[in-house]
Design a binder for this molecule. Structure first.
Ligand code: G3I
Length: 379
């Protein structure tokens, strides 16, 4: 190490003396969530949007939000901009403008990017034209062409920066407890044929990348059937030799009621561990891809709510971080007001859902401390 000269030391001290007292006294910035995650060989990230229409959004265009994501995260995932509804306004066109925006910003910010999602296999989230598409005389061939062209085109464009893809998202029909039917599966003969082709095409087009099946099964009692359906899906992939590397566990954990024993939402710890054990037992790695908390059952009082959300978050992270197969961990947004939950799962009292690590003033919440503590405790 080069020893500073006397002049440099004095210069440094003078510069320090020149700083306002509040800065001099300011405690050192806490280690970022990503830095803490990396101590355990993982990364921490967040969803982010591209919204040229409004800076007041969880987007790259919001300087405060972008700065927070750069400060806390090591990777990002597009909240919507890589979905078919955004990329494919018509059968013969691709609109990469928004996704290019996010990728360009991430590169400039030194952040990695996850791909979400090459195929959200649900009619509700297909572009309208795909739900009523005429597959012609050879429907299977045409459906295969559409799907493989999409996956090859998207992975070719972003494969240099994206090394982990949600190839398929949320493909279970919860009414039939089986893989969901779509216009593509009807054309190709079965949902399994669609999912398998998606993964094989992704493996061929992005050979070194992590291929993920992503879904929202969770540890709450209401998700027991969903967990069983996903296990069957994962077993099917193994039986058919479908190249799936990991299960993306969205982790939109929820408190729709309270367990008097714990004061937080009821969760099935033993069954959830059994589910995860079966998943890793089949050789799948794990990711937390969309973490946030629904606080519907909690009282309005913010301090009480934040404390219970932090407690629930700590219980969840401590359990999940116990799995060495767990890799990347991403939040589905960093700031409450921009969370999808404000629209999708509003509270009965009309108060804002306190779903994210930071509040609307960009102040870290007890949830952020709980995540940091869990990283520190579990390494
Ligand atoms: O941008 C348009 C705007 O122009 C229009 O005025 C407005 C009203 O219709 O809609 C805006 O688009 C909305 C978009 O979010 C941006 O806010 C879409 O309607 C709305 O459907 C879309 O919701 C997204 C949803 O996925 C469906 O794609 C949420 O932001 C996004 O957080 C959510 O994310 C999903 C994951 O992909 C998969 N797992 C669950 C997760 C939460 O639902």
């Amino acid at each position: 190490m080069i020893e500073p000269t006397r002049r440099q030391t004095l210069g440094g001290l003078a510069a320090l003396a020149a700083l306002p007292a509040s800065v001099r006294a300011a405690p050192p910035a806490p280690a970022s969530l990503d830095a803490l995650a990396r101590k355990g060989g993982r990364r921490f990230g967040s969803a982010i949007a591209w919204n040229p229409r409004s800076m007041d959004s969880g987007s790259v265009q919001n300087p405060a939000y972008a700065a927070l994501v750069r400060r806390e995260c090591g990777l990002v995932v597009p909240e919507n901009e890589m979905k078919w509804q955004w990329l494919r306004k018509s059968p013969d066109s691709f609109d990469f403008s928004a996704m290019d925006g996010i990728v360009g910003w991430a590169k400039a910010s030194g952040l990695a990017v996850r791909g979400h999602t090459l195929l959200w296999h649900r009619p509700k989230w297909f572009p309208g034209w795909l739900n009523k598409y005429d597959f012609g005389a050879n429907p299977a061939t045409e459906a295969e062409r559409l799907l493989t062209t999409h996956i090859r085109t998207v992975t070719a464009r972003y494969g240099a920066i994206i090394k982990s893809w949600d190839v398929v998202n949320e493909a279970i029909d919860h009414d039939r407890n089986a893989p969901i039917e779509t216009s593509l599966s009807r054309a190709m003969g079965s949902p399994e044929a669609v999912l398998d082709l998606a993964f094989h095409t992704a493996r061929e087009a992005a050979p070194g990348a992590e291929l993920v099946y992503n879904d929202y099964m969770s540890w709450e009692p209401a998700h027991a059937k969903h967990c069983a359906d996903v296990l069957r899906l994962l077993e099917g992939f193994r039986k058919r030799g479908t190249p799936v590397d990991a299960l993306g566990i969205q982790s939109h954990i929820e408190m729709f009621s309270l367990d008097p024993a714990t004061g937080v939402g009821p969760y099935r710890e033993r069954e959830w561990r059994a589910f995860l054990d079966e998943v890793v037992g089949m050789g799948y790695r794990l990711l937390i891809t969309e973490f946030d908390v629904k606080d519907k059952a909690l009282p309005s009082d913010v301090a009480v709510r934040d404390a219970k959300i932090a407690d629930y978050t700590r219980r969840y992270f401590d359990l999940m971080l116990g799995y060495e197969q767990l890799g990347d961990i991403l939040a589905w947004g960093m700031v409450d007001k921009y969370s999808w939950l404000q629209g999708f799962a509003p509270r009965d009292d009309g108060r804002e859902v306190r779903a994210c690590p930071y509040d609307d003033a960009y102040a870290a919440k007890p949830m952020r401390a709980a995540i940091a503590a869990s990283f520190a405790a579990t390494g």
